[in-house]
Design a protein around this ligand. Structure first.
Ligand code: XIL
Length: 580
């Protein structure tokens, strides 16, 4: 008999992560340090002789002390000895920041809004810089997030990037936050809750990342329950020569998925980009091989049949068509992208055909469950013309009887631009049209560089907002991020805009914990009470069974029926229970 698990959620939920700040003073001044002189350096690390830094009375409060920096012909940075705790290597579990306060006297307003600079060690120049000291005659606090250094640095230099005049600095301290996330503890992961809620929480991967013994591989399967090939199932990978299929990359992803009980989504069957050269040029509407419409339709059909049938029963969602819409739409009707060989040679019907063939190929191979999606980018808030175009096109396809299950919002976006209420409006529209709407390639960039507030708070708010959607909309079962860590993103500024859920060192970011907490909140709402014994849950009684979203799955069934349900949360005879 399969196990019907009685969960005491109350116990499990107390293990949630809590963030704790720790601080270490790099330098605080006491009476005995009055008159102490600190060495000063220029930005290139040359010691300066026409500048100085001396411990003096605080200009705003004569009873306390600070460091008085007098600059000469160059900006001057004061050197402190590293108290030993600063690695600058973004160690697992922590965020490292330098906090300090600056005072710019009224006589040196030129220093206002200059960059605050932190130099870790001698070679790792500007670790982080941002203007923040915007008022004279007042102590202004600043916090700089440390970038990655490859080794422990013995010194730290700080200052304002301005020459001439003087300024003051005090309370130079090093902050580290322990988010208390232990990736070895499954109950702290988003996957743990996503599994319970029956949601797909995914990440794009390359086969080379799927090593069970690496931190990367572990991060993937412990935290996510779905994968998608970042490039592995694109046409240039799967059909490198005509009718010469190569499934090795996708198969590697599937075998890792099977081993770790993960789902796989397919990306993508028909796209204007990453097409094999035997067909033509990517991102181009030209037709260098001179294919006729009929020939190209045959090529598309053969491709879709080949790939879909190879993976039949193993893939839960396919992005059948990717990025077919033109940019800059006004939302009246829809305009298709012209730099696509599929569109330029075949015309709009390539869309209808691709979906029909994907459905038939799957059905003929016995897979009636795979969901078929139309995927695109910049289709988030309903106010966007391209969002409306996606809607108009998806509805057109559905109304023509084309087997489309829904749309994928890629969600390559920025913290400052992503409008959650606008996305909710879009979800409502798709829901009303009977179409699924899922999140397929999420990355949410901060400013360049990302600010502390974005890293600690607002990035998590956006990610958690999406998590909230997938928890609350039946039409939205999938949330996939486009890359494992800020070190594995396709985005060129990722090192500084930090768009993903883990740091380059695979440390869980606040945004990840925000997702965990959101999933947890919903799992708790669906809380399971231990109300019966495993031996005789309800004797011979017959019950009605609902899934977690409240849809009735069966009426008047006995325990044997429940025994064969897939893993997940159900409401059985009015009681919530978790089957695994
Ligand atoms: C990107 C991959 O991340 C890169 O590795 C590759 O070089 C180019 O494609 N929209 C999509 C994805 O649908 O397939 C793209 O993936 C990112 C944008």
């Amino acid at each position: 008999m399969r196990k019907i698990l009685l969960l005491s959620f109350v116990v499990l939920f107390t293990l949630a992560a809590n963030a704790k700040d720790k601080l270490v003073y790099i330098e605080k001044f006491d009476k005995s340090s009055v008159g102490d002189v600190f060495k000063v350096y220029d930005i290139d690390g040359n010691e300066l002789t026409d500048a100085s830094a001396v411990v003096e009375a605080d200009p705003a409060s004569p009873l306390s002390l600070c460091l008085h920096v007098k600059t000469g012909s160059k900006a001057a940075f004061v050197e402190f000895q590293n108290p030993g705790n600063i690695s600058g290597s973004a160690v697992i579990k922590t965020y490292e920041r330098i906090y300090m306060q600056f005072y710019v006297p009224e006589s040196n307003t030129a220093a206002l809004n200059s960059n605050v600079v932190v130099i870790l060690g001698v070679s790792n120049k500007t670790v982080d810089a941002a203007s923040g000291v915007n008022e004279a005659g007042k102590w202004i606090p600043t916090t700089q997030v440390l970038g990655k250094a490859s080794s422990i640095r013995k010194t730290v230099r700080v200052g304002l990037n301005v020459k001439g005049g003087d300024y003051y600095v005090k309370l130079i301290r090093y902050l580290t936050t322990d988010y208390g996330y232990d990736y070895n503890d499954p109950t702290q992961t988003a996957r743990y809750y996503a599994d319970q809620l029956g949601l797909n929480f995914g990440v794009c991967v390359s086969p080379g990342q799927l090593n069970d013994n690496s931190r990367m591989g572990q991060t993937i399967w412990r935290n996510f329950n779905m994968m998608v090939g970042e490039n592995a199932m694109k046409m240039d990978a799967t059909e490198p020569s005509q009718n010469g299929f190569n499934f090795s990359q996708g198969d590697a992803i599937l075998s890792f998925a099977e081993k770790h009980d993960m789902k796989v989504r397919g990306h993508t069957l028909c796209w204007h980009s990453q097409i094999p050269s035997w067909i033509g040029d990517s991102n181009s509407g030209s037709n260098p091989k001179g294919w006729s419409k009929k020939q190209l339709l045959d090529i598309l059909k053969n491709h879709i049949y080949g790939v879909v049938q190879h993976y039949a029963g193993k893939i839960v969602e396919w992005d059948v068509v990717n990025e077919c819409l033109a940019d800059g739409q006004n939302g009246n009707g829809y305009v298709l992208r012209t730099n696509s060989i599929w569109y330029s040679v075949i015309g709009e019907e390539f869309l209808d055909s691709a979906f029909v063939w994907a459905r038939r190929a799957a059905d003929e191979a016995g897979d009636h469950d795979v969901k078929l999606y139309l995927n695109d980018y910049s289709v988030d808030a309903w106010s966007g013309g391209k969002t409306k175009a996606l809607y108009n096109l998806a509805v057109r396809l559905k109304n023509s009887g084309v087997p489309i299950d829904g749309v994928g919002m890629q969600t390559h976006t920025q913290i400052n631009n992503y409008n959650l209420s606008g996305v909710k409006e879009s979800l409502e529209k798709f829901k009303a049209a009977g179409l699924n709407c899922i999140f397929t390639e999420i990355d949410i960039e901060g400013s360049n560089p990302i600010t502390t507030t974005q890293l600690k708070t607002t990035q998590g708010e956006k990610y958690a907002g999406i998590a909230d959607f997938v928890c609350s909309y039946d039409i939205s079962p999938t949330m996939v991020v486009w890359g494992i860590s800020d070190g594995n993103s396709w985005l060129s500024n990722a090192a500084t805009t930090k768009p993903l859920l883990f740091t380059a060192d695979m440390e869980a970011k606040p945004a990840y914990l925000a997702v965990v907490n959101k999933f947890k909140e919903y799992a708790e709402k669906a809380g399971v009470e231990p109300v019966y014994s495993e031996d005789d849950p309800w004797g011979d009684s017959v019950v009605d069974v609902y899934n977690i979203t409240g849809q009735k799955i069966a009426s008047g069934v006995t325990i044997d029926f429940i025994d064969n349900l897939p893993e997940g949360l159900y409401i059985v005879g009015g009681r919530k229970l978790y089957v695994r």
